[in-house]
Write a protein that binds this ligand. Structure first.
Ligand code: NAP
Length: 248
């Protein structure tokens, strides 16, 4: 199936690592150019850009702090002139902290919310004028939005907020732009490894129908399809890609 991504331009936050980096590479395999947005990990972003260019596509680095509207505005102003519009936006940047419910401080709560919930809203709002007719947005939430997590209450609440933000944004941007959400289960990335390390060794076998964790590429394939023009009749939806951890 042709996903319709040839010569499209995709902006990905969190593209210096894990799922975002895997998505950037896959988009380029499908013929898209990629704005590799990242926070602090310049080396990771450069590695991602190199993979995109190896696939014969253009890549631009775009550092920004998703929790800071000023930083986002400055990054948008710095975008190179050849980026006249965007065909897809993947909001993948995220931060996960493990703290027992009773120990979360107001500062930690606000920081996790700022990156995981405020961030996607600020970036989407800033980039909306650049989204072309027919463009598509994908929010990257988490299975924790559905399950709740006692030692990640802030993270799970922020990710649940993204599911609802997806619906508001889909309504606001229709019919020009589709907005959807994916909810990955535990995935073997630097963030996911922290989670895996904190779980019993037989967690996947006991709790997940597929009895294993995801690779970043498995989540990225879902993101790329959801974002693509081939997925032309879906908007406001949340797609679970959690290996059977939670069934709705
Ligand atoms: N891995 C899992 O098990 C899992 C499960 C469900 C959902 N998710 C979600 O999937 C997304 C990707 O996670 P991952 O596992 O690929 O994590 P990861 O490998 O740790 O990557 C996180 C990315 O987010 C970026 N980021 C963090 N804070 C930022 C900020 N303030 N401004 C800009 N960028 C920022 C990081 O950029 P720098 O490193 O450059 O700062 C990095 O590129 C996240 O939204 C996460 O919540 C992951």
């Amino acid at each position: 199936m042709d996903l319709g991504l040839r010569d499209k331009i995709v902006f990905i936050t969190g593209a210096s690592s894990g799922i975002g980096a895997a998505a950037a590479e896959l988009f380029s395999v499908e013929g898209a150019d990629v704005v590799v947005s990242f926070g602090k990990n310049m080396k990771g972003a450069e590695d991602t850009a190199k993979k995109v260019r190896t696939n014969g596509r253009r890549a631009w680095l775009c550092p920004l702090d998703v929790s800071d509207p000023e930083s986002i505005a400055a990054a948008v102003r710095r975008l190179p002139p050849e980026i006249q519009g965007l065909d897809a936006l993947v909001l993948c940047a995220g931060l996960s902290l493990h703290t027992e419910f009773t120990d979360v401080t107001p500062q930690e709560w606000e920081h996790v919310m700022a990156v995981n919930l405020n961030g996607p809203f600020y970036v989407l709002q800033a980039l909306t004028p650049l989204l072309r007719e027919g463009a598509s947005v994908v929010m990257v939430s988490s299975v924790s939005a559905q399950t709740g997590v006692s030692h990640q209450a802030h993270y799970a609440a922020a990710k649940a907020g993204l599911v609802n933000l997806t619906k508001s944004a889909a309504r606001a941007l229709a019919p020009r732009v589709r907005v959807n959400c994916v909810t990955p289960g535990i995935t073997m990335t630097p963030m996911g490894q922290d989670t895996i390390d904190a779980l019993d060794s037989d967690y996947a076998k006991n709790k997940m129908l597929l009895q294993r964790y995801a690779s970043p590429e498995e989540i990225a394939r879902c993101i790329v399809f959801v974002a693509s023009p081939a997925n032309s009749f879906m908007t406001g939806a949340t797609v679970d890609v959690n290996g059977g951890r939670e069934l709705r």
